[in-house]
Design a protein around this ligand. Sequence first.
Ligand code: PLP
Length: 372
Amino acid sequence: MIPFVDLKAQYMGIKDEVNSAIQNVLETCQFTLGSEVAAFEEEFASYCQSQFGIGVNTGTSALHLALLAAGIGPKDEVITVPFTFVATVAAIYYTGAKPVFVDIDPRTFTIDVKAIEAAITEKTKAIIPVHLYGQSADMDPILEIAKRRGLVVIEDAAQAHGGEYKGRRVGSLGDMGCFSFYPGKNLGAYGEGGMVVTNNAEYTRTIRMLRDWGAEQKYQHVLKGYNYRLEGIQGAILRVKLRHLEVWTEARRTAAAHYNELLSGSGVSTPEAMAYARHVYHIYAIRTRQRSEWQQALQAKGIQTGIHYPIPVHLLPAYADLGYKRGDFPHSEKAADEVLSLPMFAELTLDQCKEVSEAVAMLANKSAVDYA
Ligand SMILES: *Cc1c(COP(=O)(O)O)cnc(C)c1O
């Protein structure tokens, strides 16, 4: 049995450190925000090569508050991709702004920078590039367009902790970067968590207020805020885990290199890592036109896979009101039909990579014969 992710294996490697960090919070009773959260904010911002970090309760809240801090609201438009987790788009909706989609580059699964200009109108206020699967979007052209057209850039880095673009950490490239610490992410809490990182002191001040009922000081509510606070226990756990993140990231990159090598020559379409990126492989997605057969056959051999994501957001019933239809974003639609995520986590062994790759290569071989 090879699971898709193995959170238990990771916990077993850091059990004592985590248990004592939790114990410490229980004894100090700083259950929400507090000193562990403050220390984690500093440490994670520094890890991202950013000046400020504001911890919040989820990655979705990070995106929501980043948009609000940038002054985005009803009548505004925000450009993003339809091939993402639904949260990117939901956060735009929370502000009252309208999401406007741009298709992906099929090689990288990130925003097609050549298609951005055509989507900009006089209402456009921001672009949210998504560093999908752990690989940075092509940021230089995005930042150039944003500068020329006066747009804010908010990176959705929920899948890309420690990812880099031309040697710089993601999250620090745009005006703000948003991270999720959902348990299955590359840096995961034992519960929910998120953070905005930025070099902008004014955005930092606004987001700090908005996450805690818009209060400047206790009971001095200057903004209509939210209860989006990060919990003390999560902050303490995340501090422990951050100390291991580089080792885990390199282990993911090694596992991906094993897959690449073991699958080369098999005819399987493997992920392309761009020269500008340090890909952190939150997801290792191959492509196949026989996805459901492959997924079932792998499951029968005890190999768990995932699909990220089977329906692009413009075709989800919840967002039908945007008025998009099938055919509007062909690369996103094709990716949604073809991607299959192989097991990927830091503790994945070479033997496990071999077992998965052999099973996948056999399916590719069989498909090639069946469909010849
Ligand atoms: C996980 C994720 C989010 C949302 O994060 P939560 O912590 O689950 O709210 C946003 N965008 C992307 C691309 C994600 O993968």
